[in-house]
Ligand binder design. Structure first.
Ligand code: CP
Length: 329
């Protein structure tokens, strides 16, 4: 592994991530990607440490890849799902976290439908003087740092497989299209892509992209643009990320119909003609096929990086667990 100057104890947001930190994550993930290509895909790095996946909200990718990442690092893993836990008997979130602390957990990976829960648990752990690290695996509409880091890694490794680094995105045009209002992934991506010096274009109907998103672009190395139509965002884009319509978070009627949404903002092969010829399409998943992206485009390896994102997730999450856990061994 690369020797690092990593000092961050919790990973809760990318808002204050430095270019050096992004590059440490990218290069550590590249090392683990190499490990994952070997016949023996396991290293003893976190042997004896305990990684607890505390998922208070459903997940497929994040939960499984954090579990696999921890196992590849030889950590012991604990998996919690609120629906089958003592929370059904009235136990609180903080008491649940303290229970896992008492079992010797070194890293807590936390997903919750409410923004701020990982921060609240991290504050409580710090107040108790516990050495446990907290990693935000998606909290409400707030942030999903590990997803944005794996998106960044997927793009950077495509541009330079041997030396993925943040500066590769300088001058690249990236479009994020869809339900930006409800997306924690978009918020974390905005921080990472604008840290890189890329030109980031957000596109959605006005109900899903309030003007206040322009504030995210203030004082960032990259430029941020907002569009309430698709074409200007796609024109000459190098990368297009489309987002799921998060119907479970929509409290009002924000769209006339899914059919109209697909016509206006859905990504299909025909619309990619506006982009650079070698454009690539990303989606954090889970996908509503035929809504935010056409089904055939999603499965087209010429354009789609969606499976690459999932694969990158294991290496990036190994990197994050390693960086948080290596100080503890
Ligand atoms: N991208 C993502 O967070 O997917 P899951 O909800 O399946 O973890």
């Amino acid at each position: 592994m690369p020797t690092t100057n990593w000092t961050r104890h919790h990973i809760l947001t990318l808002a204050d991530f430095t270019p050096a930190e992004y590059n440490i994550v990218l290069q550590t993930a590249a090392s683990f990607q190499e490990v994952l290509s070997r016949r023996t895909k396991k290293v003893p790095t976190l042997q004896g440490q305990v990684v607890a996946n505390l998922f208070f909200e459903p997940s497929t990718r994040t939960r499984s890849s954090f579990e696999l990442a921890a196992k590849r690092l030889s950590a012991d893993t604990l998996n919690f799902a609120s629906a089958t836990s003592s929370m059904t008997k009235g136990e609180t979130i903080l008491d649940t976290a303290k229970t896992y602390l008492a079992m010797g957990t070194d890293i807590m990976v936390i997903r919750h439908r409410e923004a701020g829960v990982p921060n609240a648990i991290a504050e409580e752990m710090d107040r108790l003087g516990a050495k446990v690290s907290v990693l935000n695996a998606g909290d409400g509409q707030h942030e999903h740092p590990s997803q944005a880091l794996l998106d960044l890694f997927t793009i950077c490794t495509l541009l330079d497989p041997d030396y993925p680094h943040l500066e590769l995105l300088k001058g690249k045009k990236i479009a994020i299209v869809g339900d930006i209002l409800h997306s924690r992934v978009a918020r974390s991506n905005i921080w990472s892509f604008t840290a890189s010096g890329a030109e980031l274009h957000l596109a959605a109907p006005p109900t899903l992209l309030p003007k206040l998103f322009a504030d995210y672009g203030k004082n960032r190395p990259g430029k941020l643009f907002l569009h309430w139509e698709l074409e200007p965002a796609l024109r000459d884009a190098d990368f297009v990320m489309t987002l799921r319509l998060q119907k479970e978070r929509m409290t009002a009627h924000l769209l006339p119909s899914l059919r109209e949404y697909h016509q206006l903002f859905g990504i299909a092969r025909s619309k990619l003609q506006l982009c650079k010829p070698n454009v690539k399409v990303l989606h954090p998943g889970p996908v509503n096929r035929g809504v935010e992206i056409s089904s055939d485009l999603m499965d087209d390896p010429e354009f789609s990086l969606i499976q690459n994102q999932v694969t990158s997730g294991v290496a990036v999450r190994m990197a994050l667990l390693y960086l948080l856990g290596s100080g503890k061994t």
